[in-house]
Design a protein around this ligand. Structure first.
Ligand code: SF4
Length: 102
């Protein structure tokens, strides 16, 4: 009897571990899905991380035509990305947006 219970506990433990792994895999897949459509990946990535005071115009122009702009911006806000242009917004613009959102 005790043996069986012990076995069941072990099994349950195993199951929860693989669920955790699956969830992690799924998260990763979800992130990558929109990134596959990222227009910036096909252009010069340096434009998206300009030097301080550098122009962000070219990067923002590319974002305007990007299919996954909303996902990209959402990701940057959720992960508190501090550097670079994401979803057509600069670091300062994202900060303002966050403040406005409350
Ligand atoms: S919105 Fe801009 S930064 Fe985001 S994936 Fe598209 S091109 Fe890249």
């Amino acid at each position: 009897m005790q043996h069986t219970e012990g076995g069941r506990v072990m099994e349950r433990g195993d199951t929860s571990t693989s669920w955790g792994d699956l969830a992690a895999l799924f998260d990763g897949a979800e992130e990558q899905e929109w990134q596959e459509h990222a227009l910036c990946a096909q252009t010069d990535p340096e434009a998206f991380f300009p030097e301080k005071g550098g122009s962000t115009r070219e990067a923002k122009r590319i974002c305007q035509g990007c299919d996954v702009r909303a996902e990209c911006l959402e990701y940057a806000l959720a992960h508190d990305e501090r550097f670079g242009i994401w979803g057509g917004l600069s670091e300062r613009e994202r900060r303002k947006l966050k403040k406005r959102a409350g």
